[in-house]
Design a protein around this ligand. Structure first.
Ligand code: ADP
Length: 160
């Protein structure tokens, strides 16, 4: 059984994230998109909002579930019988950190493999931070985020 976890902040979900979700759901039997609750980072969208947005955009994919976790990714993976960690790679700048994380996770749990999926070149520049920066300045983000969650994302910046 190929049961994968796709972890991240998803603060908020972008078209780049959704592209990785779609592509991994085609090759894995089950994909859990897991929102990381990181006590060191103050998110813009709280955990419930991030999970809700992910649930909306992954609705069409029957083998994709959404969850959240606190603590070590490897612990969550072991508890849930997950054997693959999926990561997206945009640029060399992602590589260095992800390389280190993959090696640490391999050390902690040799049976769990990290698989890297290259970004779709349409989204290689796209990150949650870019979305927030543009939305915060009143710019148009509809080409950057899934249409189903566009209004939820924008609401944060319109005081609604
Ligand atoms: P970010 O805030 O940089 O978007 P996340 O922690 O939410 O980061 O990212 C979760 C995962 O999704 C990471 O593996 C990251 O490399 C990947 N990812 C984020 N944006 C993209 C993109 N545009 N294309 C491919 N992978 C991406």
């Amino acid at each position: 059984m190929t049961k994968a976890i796709y972890p991240g902040s998803f603060d908020p979900v972008t078209k780049g994230h959704l592209d990785i979700i779609k592509r991994s759901s085609k090759i894995m039997e089950q994909v859990i998109v897991a929102v990381l609750e990181n006590p060191r980072k103050i998110p813009t969208y709280d955990i419930e909002e991030r999970v809700k947005m992910l649930k909306i955009v992954t609705e069409p994919y029957r083998n994709v579930q959404v969850d959240y976790y606190q603590g070590l990714l490897i612990d969550y993976a072991q508890k849930n019988n997950i054997n693959i960690i999926v990561k997206g790679l945009r640029a060399m700048s992602d590589f260095e950190f992800e390389f280190q994380m993959a090696l640490v996770n391999q050390k902690l749990s040799p049976t769990i493999e990290t698989l890297f999926m290259m970004t779709n070149n349409k989204y290689s520049y796209l990150s949650s931070s870019i979305v927030k920066e543009i939305a915060g300045l009143g710019g148009e983000i509809s080409s950057l985020v899934p249409p189903e969650v566009h209004d939820i994302i924008i609401a944060k910046y319109r005081g609604q």
